[in-house]
Design a protein. Sequence first.
Length: 230
Amino acid sequence: MEITKQWLVAAHACHSQVEIFDEEWPNGAEITLENYLRAAELDLDLDWLAKNMFFASTQEAYCKAVARARKAYDIATGTASEVYSKAMATSQKAYNKAAVPAQKAYNKAIAQARKAYNKAIVPARKAYDKATIPIQKAYNKATVPAQKAYDKAIAWAQKAYDKATIPAQKAYDKAIAQAQKAYDKATAQARKAHDKATAPPLEAYDRAMAEASEAYDIATGTAFVAIYQM
């Protein structure tokens, strides 16, 4: 049997899946392990295909083969995940320990910058409140006539406040930037060591996952083709 676009449409396959199939196999596809593996790469729904191609008895055999492959896949990926997680935890612990002094210095610098900023804007805040409180009272007393005057006075007070706080804001931003730069410099070596330590286990994890996925597809594909040929 050759699977075609027409067959898939007649079997009420998902439109998007039919489009993917037709783009890859415009002239149809024979049921081979090679085509099965390619279909798996394209993320086509092969379980749906099995349900629509096989009788109940052969479906059961296919499901058993899939279950065996899934069990082997879970074991392989579980082991890979466990090894990777352990390596990451060890490296992260070392990084966190190395970064503690830098984090404390950063937090201290931020706190000092915030304190200096808050202190610097006190006069501006007082001036702003002093200017706006009478305005607010007058506005509340005569809302409609005072709207324009209120807006003008508030704008003036805001402008004065912004002007007064600009130096404090600049000083705060500068302190934050310096603290961040110091933190990055202090943790750079620890970060580099962390990345170096985690690179091999990450590569091993990715490789193990890929191999497990390939083994799963080959096992299920082999079963699919064998059952089809029965």
